[in-house]
Ligand binder design. Structure first.
Ligand code: MLT
Length: 260
């Protein structure tokens, strides 16, 4: 295992909020949240290894490696504790960070994600995705993934969002996408980790999220000791990108209510 030095973008000051991006995107997906949340906190958005400005490294695929990279980033930035947030794959990585270093997390934001490990069929699908992207590239992946990443409302009414997400998927390096897909296939169940996470938690989900639907968000709320659920209407799996203002409107009061 070798830690990779992650690139990150940040904005604002004060309470540190670490936001982890979805698959197969990069910290660029948090552009609007950096703008909308930075008057209220210090928003830090790293690129997971292989994506954006971060090198891939040579480790075998595992989201645990991504969590170790993040802990090294926090050390480098001299941040003892952060509000930890992740959307979808970012949520899976957040659970791996909590498994390793719960003392570094003062509050938790989970969006459009789930705590369960993959089913055997889900795992097989991820391994097929990894092979397909190595063979056909990310432009083809964008076409197959877009209808799942975005809700019907966005696909029908927000052409600029769809175009931007297509561009982000296409820009992702195929090797990073394949690595992350194999790493997600290996991830363990997160229920025990969340049950032990006794900090304020906010779970956000788009009501049109077909990849991590509302029922799976509710499952996380049920095991987290201090969680609240916010369902965002008219958004799909990439809720923070599809309706940035509604996402920020859910997060800001959560941040403001945190102790200290
Ligand atoms: C993501 O948005 O990060 C992925 O859709 C997660 C997943 O495939 O489980």
């Amino acid at each position: 295992m070798a830690v990779v030095a992650l690139g990150h973008r940040e904005a604002g000051s004060g309470l540190p909020l670490l936001l982890l991006h979805a698959f197969p995107l990069s910290s660029a997906m948090w552009l609007e949240q950096r703008e909308l949340l930075s008057p209220h906190c210090r928003v830090l958005t790293p690129d997971q290894r292989g994506f954006g400005g971060s090198p891939l490294g040579d480790d075998a695929p595992s989201l645990g490696e991504c969590a170790d990279d993040l802990l090294a980033l926090l050390d480098r930035l001299e941040l003892d504790r952060v509000v930890l947030g992740g959307l979808s794959m970012g949520g899976y990585v957040a659970m791996e960070l909590l498994r390793r270093a719960p003392e570094r997390v003062s509050a938790l934001l989970l969006a459009d994600t789930k705590m369960s490990a993959d089913t055997p069929e889900g795992r097989a699908g991820r391994l097929r995705t990894a092979e397909a992207v190595e063979q056909d590239g990310t432009a083809a992946l964008a076409e197959t993934m877009l209808p799942a990443l975005l809700g019907p409302t966005t696909l029908e009414q927000r052409a600029a969002v769809a175009g931007r997400v297509r561009g982000l998927v296409t820009a992702a390096p195929a090797a990073a996408v394949a690595w992350a897909s194999r790493a997600m296939a290996e991830r363990p169940d997160g229920a025990e980790v969340l049950r032990a996470t006794d900090v304020p938690a906010l779970v956000v989900v788009g009501d049109e999220d077909s990849l991590s639907p509302v029922a799976q968000a509710q499952e996380m709320v049920d095991v987290l000791p201090q969680a609240r659920l916010v369902v965002l209407p008219g958004t799909g799996h990439l809720s923070a990108v599809e309706d940035p203002a509604a996402f920020a409107a859910a997060v800001v009061p959560f941040l403001q209510a945190l102790p200290g």
